[in-house]
Unconditional design. Structure first.
Ligand SMILES: Nc1ncnc2c1ncn2[C@@H]1O[C@H](COP(=O)(O)OP(=O)(O)OP(=O)(O)O)[C@@H](O)[C@H]1O
Ligand SMILES: [Mg+2]
Length: 218
């Protein structure tokens, strides 16, 4: 699914945070949003993911102008097409690792009812193998980050929005995470990543310098 921002501007508290940004994130490609801290990468990522409204310009998904989507349409987009790996991870601390990945449980109690084989596989892939039953609150920062990643992999969404996925990881896990997202893109998904990580940027098929309103082909 092609995800585009056309001439998008956003002001927060009277200050211009984004000024006429245009990006085109194609399926089958990993697209990097790069730029110095405070340049607006996270803000643009949130606009593209319909988490934040734009003041000017358009967000276009699969050729459709979705800028004016109401709450219901946005929720359907998130449910059916999008996975997010954001900076605060969105982990529910009081829930188990398994629930955080599948987001499904039985009506009574905490029994997880998703695809348990896929669950085991994605936990293995993210270095969390065998830890289904643990409370998410027991995980370290980097482990929570990988848990958020496991959820995104489990969901098999067409569009994956990722904010600084390698920020608190060691070199080995960084490489794993980069390869995982590159693999998503190779599967034909749209992967949009805000990052400072040179290795991650290197793995991206296209790159936009945010704040300069200028696209740079990688
Ligand atoms: N909710 C908010 N309220 C006030 N200012 C905000 C808000 N969100 C973002 N900003 C401001 O907008 C600017 C861009 O923020 P953003 O988080 O998009 O930058 P970034 O490029 O992702 O930075 P970093 O690399 O540090 O993550 C910053 O100056 C920030 O202070
Ligand atoms: Mg950011």
């Amino acid at each position: 699914m092609l995800v585009e921002a056309e001439d998008v501007s956003v002001s927060i508290g009277g200050r211009a945070v984004l000024d006429g940004e245009t990006v085109r994130c194609a399926p089958g490609t990993m697209t990097a949003l790069v730029g110095p801290s405070g340049s607006g990468k996270t803000t643009l990522l949130h606009c593209l993911g319909l988490l934040l409204p734009v003041d000017r310009g358009r967000i276009v998904v699969g050729g459709d102008d979705v800028t004016g989507y109401g709450a219901g349409a946005r929720r359907r987009f998130w449910r059916d097409h999008a996975a997010f790996v954001l900076q605060d991870y969105g982990i529910m601390d009081e829930e188990s690792v398994a629930f955080n990945v599948t987001m499904r449980s039985g009506l009574f109690g905490r029994r997880v009812t998703g695809d348990l084989e896929r669950l085991a596989a994605v936990l293995e892939q993210t270095g969390l193998g065998g830890r289904q039953e643990e409370a998410a609150s027991h995980l370290s920062g980097g482990e929570k980050q990988r848990l958020a990643l496991a959820r995104a992999i489990y969901k098999q969404a067409g569009v994956v929005f990722v904010d600084e996925p390698t920020a608190s990881l060691d070199a080995v896990n960084r490489r794993k995470v980069i390869d995982l997202f590159a693999g998503f893109a190779a599967d034909g998904r749209t992967v949009i990543v805000s990052t400072h990580d040179a290795e991650m940027i290197e793995a991206c098929g296209s790159r936009y310098e945010i704040g300069s309103a200028r696209a740079v082909a990688a």
